[in-house]
Design a binder for this molecule. Structure first.
Ligand code: DQA
Length: 146
């Protein structure tokens, strides 16, 4: 049996992890997260592919690609979480499980971060667990797709 494919999609400014506001987002880089997720995926019997973009339309297209290529999506839409109906609509067209991840606890921060368009589609939401949030999301994917 082939391993379920999980696409981990990261939105704007997350390419700067490790350099960007480390007191909020930590010292690990996106490459560190991708490597840890791939290693954990292998342990859990999941294939893991990671993508990042700073562009809203590109994130929409990554979600479209996942419709054919992935069984599950783990997404940190970053600032587009709070603004993008287009990303919500794209996720509504994806059939499998979607888990929304935020490194920081968006509910403990400025009020404009408290609302997430993506949460209207997400099957699970993890916020405030730092980079461990991606690992928790993968464990959940293994549970629901296993
Ligand atoms: C974030 C939270 C968002 O509010 C912010 O715009 C980000 C990162 C997080 O992972 O904590 O860029 O999604």
């Amino acid at each position: 049996m082939t391993a379920p494919m999980i696409h981990i999609l990261n939105g704007p400014n997350l390419n700067l992890l490790g350099q960007r506001e480390p007191e909020i987002y930590g010292s690990e880089t996106l490459d560190d997260i991708a490597a840890a997720c791939q290693a954990l995926g292998a342990e859990l019997g999941l294939d893991v592919v990671c993508h990042q973009t700073n562009h809203e339309g590109a994130l929409v297209e990554m979600i479209h690609e996942a419709r054919h290529a992935a069984q599950g999506i783990i997404i940190n839409p970053a600032a587009y979480t709070h603004t993008s109906v287009a990303i919500l609509d794209a996720l509504q067209a994806f059939a499998g499980p979607v888990i929304e991840v935020h490194l920081s606890n968006i509910h403990k921060r400025e009020s404009f971060r408290h609302h997430s368009y993506v949460s209207a589609r997400a099957d699970g939401v993890i916020a405030g667990c730092g980079t461990q949030g991606y690992a928790l999301a993968l464990r959940r994917m293994a549970e629901v797709l296993g």
